[in-house]
Design a protein around this ligand. Structure first.
Ligand SMILES: Nc1ncnc2c1ncn2[C@@H]1O[C@H](COP(=O)(O)OP(=O)(O)O)[C@@H](O)[C@H]1O
Ligand SMILES: [Mg+2]
Length: 372
């Protein structure tokens, strides 16, 4: 079977294994993450047991990439449900051809080099990959799809408050693991509702690592170009200067929290940002006005205050005034919200960035940014 003519030496080396053997990306000549430590005990984990699939295997599993098995298409990929010969249900992510080969290969390697070395209940699990004919990544299937589809698709049943709260905490745990639990710091760079998937038990899983970056411990941040990600979730220092560190994800997580509380999109049809709408209601007295009307009175006011408070800290305009994911988890797991400890010092303005100039953004953003 014809293989893609992959230009990168690293990619050819990566796949010089027998497809039946356990694969490893340790030899990859890229700066991709080598992240095989668990946060609890920092002992090396067994390497993830993923493998290379033949095209025939994934073709049969997805019934020839039948349209009826198409479960999602983001900016860069089509994702098909499939069933392997042993009955395992998988998601086959086929990178779409819209972008240049170089960019597709980069995203493929970035995602593979990251997810093959992470292991956490709140991070999507890699099953394998296939580079016959096209670039494919194969994951454990998340049967409840993305959080975005539950929040925004017509005819979707509203997620209960308990599920929303569990999704918030689980996603925070996954993100904390990426930032702190790995040997290298992983910055996801595209945290958003369509990249948080739900398992059969509605356990959230962070997915889509095509833009992920690892940061060496001695670096405080890195500066990237072009700016990639999704309008509505971008931290101001990243949007304006390309600065990437953990706080990039913290900001996006704050927007995600407001999205699951309110059921609103980060940017609505009339280009109004969720942040500019929500900032009026983040005050303790008004916080109930944030809640998705589809929930009626069916929410826990204490948990709502907690989530709204954490969201308000995460979306602060100044990165250094945002909490780390360790602090976010503390705030979410401690019963009380110690608001005083998070007051801005005298003279510093409590500042939320709300993309008020989204129309302006549209004119200036490059095609690298997606809008949903
Ligand atoms: N493991 C999976 N299980 C179920 N659905 C998935 C899975 N992975 C992706 N999807 C669906 O496909 C969509 C696009 O996948 P994603 O990896 O985010 O691709 P893109 O890079 O194009 O955004 C997701 O929003 C989700 O609806
Ligand atoms: Mg995506």
């Amino acid at each position: 079977m014809k293989q893609l003519n992959l230009r990168r030496k690293s990619l050819r080396r990566l796949f010089s294994f027998s497809s039946s053997q356990r694969s490893s990306v340790d030899e990859v000549d890229t700066e991709k993450s080598v992240c095989i430590y668990q946060e609890s005990d920092a002992k090396p984990l067994q390497k993830p047991n993923w493998r290379c699939f033949t095209y025939a295997e994934i073709h049969i599993a997805t019934n020839g990439f039948h349209q009826g098995n198409l479960v999602g298409s983001g900016g860069h990929a089509e994702v098909y449900r499939g069933v392997l010969a042993d009955g395992r249900v998988i998601a086959v992510k086929r990178l779409t051809r819209g972008t240049s080969d170089e960019r597709r290969e980069k995203e493929f390697l970035t995602e593979l080099g990251t997810v093959s070395h992470v292991q956490h209940p709140n991070v999507s699990e890699l099953v394998g990959c296939c580079i016959d004919l096209d670039l494919h990544l194969i994951f454990e299937f998340s049967s409840h799809g993305s959080v975005s589809s539950h929040l925004h698709e017509e005819n979707s049943l509203p997620l209960t408050w308990n599920l929303r709260y569990g999704i918030a905490v689980g996603t925070a745990q996954g993100l904390h693991y990426l930032h702190k639990g790995c040997q290298r710091r992983i910055i996801h760079r595209d945290i958003k509702a369509s990249n948080i998937l739900l398992t059969a038990n509605y356990e959230p899983q962070i997915s889509d690592f095509g833009l992920a970056k690892w940061l060496p411990s001695e670096w405080t941040y890195c500066a990237v170009k072009p700016i990639e990600g999704t309008v509505g979730y971008l931290a101001p220092e990243y949007f304006m200067h390309g600065i990437v560190d953990e706080k990039t994800d913290v900001f996006a997580f704050g927007v995600f929290l407001l999205e699951i509380i309110s059921g609103r999109k980060p940017v609505d049809g009339s280009h109004r940002s969720l942040l500019s709408w929500a900032k009026t209601y983040l005050d303790d007295e008004m916080v109930h006005l944030l809640v998705d009307p589809r929930l009626g009175d069916e929410f826990n006011i204490g948990q709502l205050r907690q989530l709204a408070f954490v969201a308000s800290l995460c979306v602060r305009a100044t990165a250094s005034w945002r909490p780390s994911m360790t602090e976010v988890l503390q705030l979410l797991t401690d019963g009380e919200t110690p608001q005083n400890g998070w007051k801005m010092p005298e003279g510093e303005e409590e500042d939320l960035w709300d993309f008020e100039d989204l129309d302006e953004c549209d004119k200036t953003t490059s095609s690298s940014l997606s809008t949903s």
